[in-house]
Write a protein that binds this ligand. Structure first.
Ligand code: BGC
Length: 521
């Protein structure tokens, strides 16, 4: 039988065991993969506003930004080269994530993390010592490969190590590390921009070696997950590992399910062909649309270009970096809110509330900028006026940080049945990277042409995605992954894609009742 089968024949159950210190520490180490991703996101925006950096690598942009002073602010940073610098990393990550999924499967999650860390380390070194644009871009491509490997393996590793009932919380731990990485990078940029002598940017780029060193060394001490050990034929080792990470000898139920899951997955020879089957249409749609929508919130316009953006709307270089630090702090703290609420309020409430909050802020910020800059792009903002712009940008970031930020990674990871889970996850990662790339590549040109309308453009997308969630995304909180098919079956729209025979017998009737109640919307 190809696909559709549920591994455990009984009701999905919570296995015995607790969150051991061992699992906690291995998860913290593994989650530093999020740190390197975040550091990247945060560092380039600040570096590209540093005059010595622009002068050395992008002299034309530097001259233009000086000449244009006082004229059209929207276009002063518009440069293909500058965009290529920021976005090359994501293209490299997109391609690398396909290779990473093979390494992760054949050699284990640990070596994928190690490979990512080492590549990232070399990239950071090249960037820190960069003499010309070639070294700079080459370094950035290596960083991208590192991110591709880390983003493929870390979330999988965390999910497999975590006890089932804490999987959501640990998953958002990855996003928390991303936000801490972004904040650290913003703080470092703030400090290095003050360095006299014009080499501050080298410190910013070179310090990426620190999180890289942590994940590279850390991964050497990480054990591989029981799932991966079984998959690679080390059954005894897997059983010992499971005992150790769950802190109990009572692991047989979970162990048997892991073995069964692995057997079941082996039956599916072509997960990529399988995933297009009609019964997987809901999951496939989400695997494509959720990362697409996450990027179309426009968050990375703020994350990559906050300093440029703030400089554009009339803040000085220093004030611009400072504002980026403030948005970075808001990003971290609002992510904690999501960790604390996601399993109580549920995913839908966070999506709908966060989406409405982002939409309102985008309309307000667009309008505030339109009033002052109009279409000519000429204006200077008073302190109070600027403070209002920053305030609403922060409220927007908070909305993202407890909705699309963490849920953009969590929801796709929990909706796939086992047999298409890894294929689905690859689609999620690559769509995310593709649109991160496209937005990073297009933003400065879009700002130049769409002006304040850019905020309305992303606002329009937020309206579309919020409506989409409200109509098409069922609630998945507290639903065991193995029972997820019932959520789709109970949904008013997706239900018709799933035939009765796609739902397997042997399920606990109580669970089915509970799910149709929780998932009917
Ligand atoms: C997104 C990134 C974004 C970050 C901001 C992540 O979930 O994938 O693109 O920069 O959140 O915190």
């Amino acid at each position: 039988m190809a696909g559709g089968a549920i591994v455990s024949t009984g009701a999905p159950k919570d296995y015995p065991g607790k969150l051991t210190l061992f699992v906690f520490f291995t998860s913290v180490v593994a989650a530093t993969g999020g740190l390197i991703f975040g550091y990247d996101i945060g560092i380039s925006g600040g570096v590209t506003t540093m005059d010595p950096f622009l002068l050395k690598f992008f002299p034309a942009v530097y001259r233009k930004s000086k000449e244009d002073h006082g004229t059209n602010q929207y276009c002063s940073f518009d440069s293909q080269e500058l965009q290529m610098f920021t976005s090359s990393l994501y293209l490299a990550a997109l391609i690398a994530s396909f290779f990473a999924s093979a390494v992760t499967r054949m050699f284990g999650r640990k070596w994928s993390m190690f490979g990512g860390g080492i590549t990232f380390l070399v990239g950071a070194t090249l960037n820190g010592f960069a003499k010309d644009i070639l070294m700079l871009i080459l370094g950035r491509i290596l960083l991208g490969i590192g991110v591709g490997f880390a983003n493929q393996s870390v979330p999988v590793y965390l999910s497999e190590m975590a006890p089932a009932r804490l999987r959501g919380m640990l998953n958002i731990g990855f996003q928390l590390m991303i936000t801490i990485g972004i904040l650290t990078a913003n703080l470092i940029n703030y400090g290095t921009s003050k360095i006299k002598g014009g080499w501050g940017w080298r410190v910013s780029l070179g310090l990426a070696a620190v999180p890289a060193g942590i994940i590279t060394l850390g991964s050497l001490f990480l054990p591989d997950t029981p799932n991966s050990l079984i998959e690679r034929g080390h059954a005894d080792k897997a059983m010992r590992m499971l005992r150790r990470i769950r802190g109990t000898d009572d692991i047989h139920a979970e162990y048997n399910d892991l073995v069964a899951a692995s057997e079941e997955a082996k039956l599916v020879k072509h997960p990529w062909r399988n995933i297009v089957a009609r019964k997987y249409r809901p999951q496939l749609t989400m695997a494509i649309l959720i990362p697409f929508f996450q990027q179309l919130t426009g968050i990375n316009v703020i994350m990559f270009y906050a300093p440029v953006l703030f400089k554009t709307i009339g803040f000085g270089g220093n004030a611009a970096l400072m504002s980026a630090v403030i948005t970075g702090l808001v990003n971290v703290f609002a992510t904690v809110v999501s960790i604390l609420t996601v399993d109580k309020l549920g995913r839908r409430k966070l999506f709908l509330q966060g989406g409405s909050q982002m939409l309102a802020c985008q309309i307000i910020v667009g309008t505030l900028i339109a009033i002052k800059f109009g279409t000519s792009g000429e204006a200077t903002l008073s302190k109070t006026y600027s403070a209002f712009v920053v305030l609403f940008i922060c409220v927007y970031v908070a909305g993202f940080a407890w909705s699309w930020g963490p849920l953009g990674w969590l929801v796709p990871s929990e909706i796939f049945p086992l047999e298409i889970r890894s294929a689905g996850q690859s689609i999620n990662v690559s769509v995310n990277m593709l649109f991160t790339f496209l937005i990073a590549q297009a933003f400065l040109t879009m700002l130049c042409h769409m002006k304040f309308g850019l905020f309305y453009f992303f606002g329009g997308w937020v309206l579309i995605m919020t409506t989409f969630v409200s109509l098409f995304l069922p609630e998945t909180k507290n639903v065991p992954i193995e029972g997820m098919v019932l959520v789709w079956k109970a949904h008013w729209f997706w239900g018709k894609f799933i035939a009765d025979e796609d739902i397997h017998v042997g399920r606990d009737i109580e669970m089915a009742k509970g799910i149709s109640k929780a998932g009917s919307k």
